[in-house]
Ligand binder design. Structure first.
Ligand SMILES: [Zn+2]
Ligand SMILES: [Zn+2]
Ligand SMILES: [Zn+2]
Ligand SMILES: [Zn+2]
Length: 296
């Protein structure tokens, strides 16, 4: 081997010393998170509720996550509110500066809290910093009311929402996996029960670009993972013509508007819909037939 090659090998084996991170706070935080298991053994649930109060931002009242800020008197503030208080501590009016409250961040890391959907059946206990992420995906989190066309704010589990649709929105309930209905008005809401599940049929007029169209689609009352095990077909026609759509019901986690705006359903041009309706072509009298089945 030539002497030059040895020299280059040595250089490669001894890369330049990398400057230590300038931000010492960041180093400290990562160490603290590593030893949070030790601390969590000491924290018990009775302490947890008072610590939770400490972790509530005094301005927005939300739970605080790192970086948690504090003034020189020790009042804390969340990172979302910090830019909005013009460098004045909202509690004592002192200058806020740029001080992180590492102690509180460390205590937060030691907390383990039940999922906020405990009353809906979730038994999960999560470290403070993982709780939000879990809750955004928790399978027990309640569903929004799937009724379209109104700003209904009711939330609940599926059986609660089924009774709510029936009692409060006067939705027609059908049992069975196939249907054959004549629609004479826009925006009917119907719920089909089959395979021990509930499906909502939506039918409405909307504007696709510049063309007035109707869209019909099915939504599954449950999570997306389960929705995928079903398929459905819709058919509309008359006078020797027909349009068929086969699709996968969308979870009611997706808003009715989101599904509509993705055109994930049977789309019928208004002219065609009126043609299928016959008569004077002014009144909508569509016959939509459909079927739901479970994929293997
Ligand atoms: Zn805040
Ligand atoms: Zn202060
Ligand atoms: Zn949960
Ligand atoms: Zn509702």
């Amino acid at each position: 081997m030539a002497p030059d090659a040895t020299y280059y090998d040595e250089v490669r084996d001894n890369p330049e010393v990398i400057d230590p991170p300038k931000n010492e706070d960041m180093v400290e935080v990562s160490e603290q998170i590593n030893d949070h298991t030790q601390l969590s053994a000491k924290a018990n649930l009775a302490d947890a509720s008072s610590v939770r109060e400490l972790l509530e931002c005094p301005v927005c009242l939300n739970a605080m996550y790192p970086p948690i800020h504090q003034c020189s008197n020790g009042h804390t503030l969340c990172s979302g509110c910090k830019p909005r208080v013009h460098n004045r501590c909202p509690t004592c009016r002192h200058e806020l500066g740029n001080i992180r409250c590492l102690a509180l961040e460390k205590v937060a890391a030691s907390l383990e809290l039940p999922c906020k959907y405990q009353s809906f059946g979730c038994l999960g206990i999560y470290p403070y910093y993982c709780k939000l992420k879990h809750e955004s995906q928790c399978m027990f989190r309640p569903y929004n009311c799937p009724y379209a066309g109104s700003e209904c704010t009711v939330v609940g589990d599926i059986s609660y929402l089924v009774s709510h649709l029936k009692d409060d929105h006067k939705v027609d309930m059908h049992s069975g996996s196939s249907f054959n209905h004549r629609y004479v008005k826009s925006n009917p809401h119907e719920v089909f029960s089959c395979f021990g599940q509930y499906f909502c049929l939506h039918f409405e007029a909307f504007q696709l670009g510049t063309s007035p169209v109707y869209i019909a689609f099915l939504r599954f009352m449950g999570d997306d993972s389960e929705a995928k095990s079903y398929s459905y077909s819709l058919e509309v026609g008359g006078y020797g013509r027909k349009i068929t759509w086969q699709g996968v019901p969308r979870s009611i986690r997706d808003s009715h508007r989101k599904v509509r705006d993705s055109y994930d359903g049977l789309i019928i041009q208004r002219n065609m819909a009126l043609f299928f309706s016959g008569g004077d072509r002014k009144e909508l009298k569509l016959r939509v037939t459909g079927r739901i089945w479970k994929e293997q």
